[in-house]
Design a protein. Structure first.
Lengths: 188, 739
């Protein structure tokens, strides 16, 4: 189909001449058009999850904190039923609420918690994906205003045919953005 | 990233950019013809320009996603980028909102009346001539202000709706020092940045015709009369190519009578006004704490005390916004600028951090002892309206109204300013963040991954604060209240708010990026990355005594309130239009199925889809019927509690465990909520707040019509004309609406 020609023809319909447009509309209305039909079917949803036992260390203002605990990652695969070329996507929910951090021992033992913390991520479905998130944590004897953050890197593998999350690992580290994400300016 | 991006890269070849600009101009002719009423979308479908689902066919030279003659492969054309005219990001200060004056109600002329003022005036020939009422509110007892005698307005707030002009009366209500040095006495031209062109008077329509966006301040127990005068052109063709001059303002999400809700079919015409009566009451005022003895149910007095009021203090609200809700034109009108914010102050949320009385939560705001204001201090309580915009080669606001998946802009604005900076002090700030976009979702983090404390969701303080390093996706119309503590930084440092949500189209977020990915500059979505720069400019003059208590506002206890019934609403495409009223019905690809019967229906504000009984509680399930989209669903009138996501209460995240009025269903997802129907009645709405979906036509009407006189069951539908409002019987009543 020569679409350029068609576009030129249609452009004439939308010239400032209202009469031309109106006549065209009447003609087209007379020709009729397709009825509107439902476009969709139920979305093929596949749910899966894994739980990973994790541990690592992070450094915060000179203090090393040992981080341990299990992290459950829920995964939902959704396929767009209206666009055949669309990439399937996965919605991931990382439950960091069971993570705990400790430093010191005995009377000097300090415990850190993450609060009821989840990270939700929408990602295209692929065989493997690396996701970097930051996680807040704070001294369990203090309030959320005292929170700092550390980084987690998740390496996840998926079965792209079923959309299931099949395996994964998590590593923890110091939040590198604390310095790289901050700039300077000259104060007047 | 995928090969289907909404906007072309600025690095695209000149030939491709020229091709895209030509396609934009070709579409512009269609848009103008449609906006002038010369052709309907149904006509365009029959002309072969659109699919039966209402989507633009991929025709080269017309659709942004048709194959390009200049591409190496089958890469779509995309839209041309909005030119920046040499403007750099973070080169201009962010203006704080412009606070609308609060006056005694006695200044209003004519005097506000319970029923609409039907005094006749000549009607412009362009609107049909003859005479018509001066007030556009539907006349008679059904649309009279409910409880007008018991809750008489005390404060008048007046505004106009008009085209872009210079602001000579800017009132940020904070000292210049707290407004990044902006001198409010300097006139403010209507530009998205000082280095960008002035906007044409027909391109941008805002409250009072000016920027910055407007802010209303209210307090519990002090009813407001908001009088809005329509000063838009009488000629529908004088719209700059999109938008419509009939308007209806929704106070999102006020607990008011339906006559003040900005019902989509209660629109009014140029040269008319509409009186909105905002009682500012607590929900449950007729059944809970009716003698007003609980100090937590209160508003602040000028003397620093509490004005105790009836109602449930657990229903206290804080952050609203107001915007146009014109039937099938909400996206266009809001995009043109018809949006502002609305802060409500209470005994709990006082806006004065130094008042210690056992009720005040003392959230970051400012000191009454410094400002002399016992409530509503804005020094450290900052409204942010995020919106993506696009403009044409002349720098004029541009929109493509035929992107039915959703329209995306390619330039981030905050408070209608392109990528501004804000000077802050080393202390805690509260930010009331509104997603004021047409279709774009945001996901906000700080560039250094530092924690933020979320304290509110959709205007409701949460039961407990939640610490996060990135906020959840924020759908259109959602409000997130957060606290950022800048004391962790040094003077001279700067940090940015960053958007992590990458879009390819308006259906949904295509990918949530990490901070590193968003900052890398590799995304083809121009609205990903830094959009607001915080400059840590100084120490505060006084120590920061504000607090973020571990308990904010617990949820109302509904355990003893029986569930009267359940309803199911499924949001889908491929809607059928079973009615054909030329005013109340609209054809579009989107629609809603109610209670698993009757199929997916396109919007008709004459159709009654649900009619809950006055004084009851129901449970509603909101289902996403398709896999490829997200829908932020909004329910008017009273805040709801989220019972479950995808079938489980455990799936409701901590930041959604308070009250809400907008839910992102998420792709393939569903949400179960509970809500009550009390205090007021009338016709309300439920719709997708991706306003392109809402307008085309994912919206339904529900009503409370059995609260006694003056209501009828069912309610007649208003059909406004410049010469007066006609009432007609509902076009349709769904079988399960009343059972």
């Amino acid at each position: 189909m020569n679409t350029q020609v068609n576009v030129k023809a249609r452009q004439r319909l939308f010239s400032p001449t209202f009469v031309t447009l109106s006549v065209a509309v009447v003609v087209m209305l007379a020709l009729g058009g397709p009825s509107v039909q439902a476009q969709t079917t139920a979305a093929p949803i596949v749910d899966s999850s894994i739980t990973i036992a994790t541990n690592g260390t992070v450094t915060d203002t000179g203090t090393t904190v040992n981080v341990t605990g299990s992290v459950t990652i829920k995964c939902r695969r959704v396929i767009d039923t209206t666009a055949t070329t669309a990439t399937p996507l996965v919605m991931l929910d990382f439950d960091f609420s069971q993570l705990k951090g400790t430093t010191g021992s005995g009377k000097n033992l300090r415990t850190f918690v993450t609060g009821d913390n989840h990270a939700t991520e929408l990602r295209p479905l692929q065989a493997s994906d690396t996701i970097v998130v930051t996680i807040p944590y704070f001294d369990s004897t203090k309030d959320v205003l005292s929170a700092s953050s550390f980084m987690a890197t998740a390496n996840l593998t998926f079965d792209v045919s079923t959309g299931k999350l099949t395996n994964g690992s998590l590593t923890y580290g110091t939040n590198v953005f604390t310095s790289s994400g901050v700039g300077t300016f000259t104060v007047n | 990233m995928s090969d289907r991006n909404f906007f072309l890269s600025p690095k695209a070849s000149k030939a491709r950019l020229r091709e895209a600009e030509n396609a934009r101009k070709n579409r512009w002719d269609i848009i103008k013809s449609h906006s002038h009423g010369q052709v309907s979308r149904r006509d365009l479908i029959k002309m072969g320009l659109f699919t039966s689902a209402g989507l633009m066919l991929p025709i080269s030279g017309l659709s942004p996603f048709a194959s390009s003659a200049f591409a190496d492969s089958n890469i779509p054309t995309g839209l041309p980028p909005s030119p920046l005219f040499g403007v750099l990001a973070f080169s201009t200060p962010m203006p704080r909102f412009d606070v609308l004056p609060r006056q005694p109600v006695s200044v209003l002329n004519p005097v506000p009346t319970a029923q609409a003022n039907t005094t006749q005036q000549p009607v412009d020939p362009a609107l049909g001539g003859g005479t018509g009422p001066i007030e556009g509110r539907p006349p008679g007892p059904i649309w009279a202000h409910q409880q007008f005698t018991q809750l008489p307005p005390v404060i008048a707030i007046q505004a106009t709706m008009e085209g872009a002009k210079v602001n000579n009366v800017y009132n940020p209500a904070v000292p210049s020092l707290q407004n990044s040095g902006i001198n409010p006495a300097t006139p403010i031209p209507f530009r998205f940045h000082p280095g960008l062109p002035d906007q044409n008077i027909l391109k941008d329509w805002t409250y009072n015709g000016t920027i910055p966006p407007k802010l209303m301040l209210a307090r519990y127990g002090e009813p407001i009369l908001f009088r809005l005068r329509n000063k838009l052109p009488v000629n529908q063709n004088q719209n700059g190519g999109f938008g419509i001059h009939t308007i209806s303002t929704h106070e999102h999400n006020g607990h008011h009578g339906a006559e003040n809700d900005g019902f989509t079919g209660a629109f009014f015409f140029p040269n008319q006004f509409y009186d909105y009566h905002y009682p500012i009451v607590l929900a449950g005022r007729n059944s809970i704490n009716t003698t007003a003895t609980d100090a937590r149910a209160s508003g602040p007095t000028d003397a620093g005390g509490l004005n105790k009021i009836p109602g449930d203090w657990h229903e206290t609200m804080s952050t609203h916004w107001f915007h146009d809700h014109m039937f099938s034109f909400t996206a266009q009108n809001v995009y043109k600028g018809m949006a502002g914010m609305f802060n409500i102050y209470s005994g709990l949320d006082r806006g004065a951090e130094d008042i210690v009385d056992g009720v005040n939560l003392r959230l970051p705001s400012g000191r009454a002892s410094v400002s002399g204001k016992s409530w509503g201090n804005l020094d450290y309580d900052v409204n942010l309206m995020l919106a993506d915009k696009a403009w044409d080669s002349a720098g004029q606001l541009a929109m493509d109204i035929f992107e039915f998946d959703g329209f995306l802009g390619d330039r981030m604005t905050v408070n209608l300013t392109y990528k501004p900076f804000m000077e802050v002090e080393r202390r805690k700030y509260r930010f009331r963040i509104l997603n004021g976009s047409v279709s774009r979702f945001f996901k906000i983090a700080l560039s250094d991954g530092s924690p933020m404390i979320q304290i509110g969701n959709d205007g409701n303080l949460l039961p407990n604060p939640v610490v996060l390093t990135k906020l959840d996706e924020q759908g259109i119309a959602e409000r997130y209240d957060i606290v950022i503590d800048f004391s962790r930084y040094s003077i001279g440092q700067k940090v940015w708010m960053v958007n992590l949500a990458e879009h390819q189209d308006g259906r949904r977020v295509s990918k949530d990026l990490s901070i590193a990915e968003a900052l890398s500059g590799n995304s083809d979505d121009p609205c990903v990355g830094k959009f607001l720069e915080f400059r840590i400019a100084r120490n505060p003059a006084q120590p920061d005594i504000s607090q973020v208590p571990s308990t904010l506002i617990p949820n109302p206890d509904l355990s003893n309130i029986p569930v009267a019934r359940e309803r199911i609403f499924e949001f889908n495409s491929g809607a059928n239009q079973t009615t054909n009223d030329p005013v109340s019905s609209f054809f579009g690809p989107w629609g809603i199925e109610t209670d698993n019967q009757g199929g997916t229906l396109a919007a008709d504000f004459g159709r009654i889809s649900a009619a809950p009984r006055f004084g009851t509680r129901e449970v509603w399930t909101l289902k996403n019927g398709g896999g490829g989209w997200d829908h932020p669903i909004h329910i008017h009138f009273e805040e709801c509690q989220t019972l479950a996501r995808d079938g489980s209460a455990a799936n409701v995240p901590a930041w959604e465990r308070g009250r809400k009025d907008v839910w992102r269903l998420r792709p393939g997802g569903e949400v179960k909520i509970t809500l009550q129907f009390r205090d007021f009645g009338g016709m309300f709405m439920e719709h997708c707040h991706n306003t392109m979906h809402e307008d085309n036509a994912m919206l339904l009407r529900w009503e409370i019509d059995d609260g006694g006189a003056p209501f009828l069951r069912p309610l007649p539908t208003p059909i406004p004309t410049p010469q007066g409002v006609n009432f007609v019987a509902p076009t349709d009543i769904l079988p399960t609406a009343f059972d």
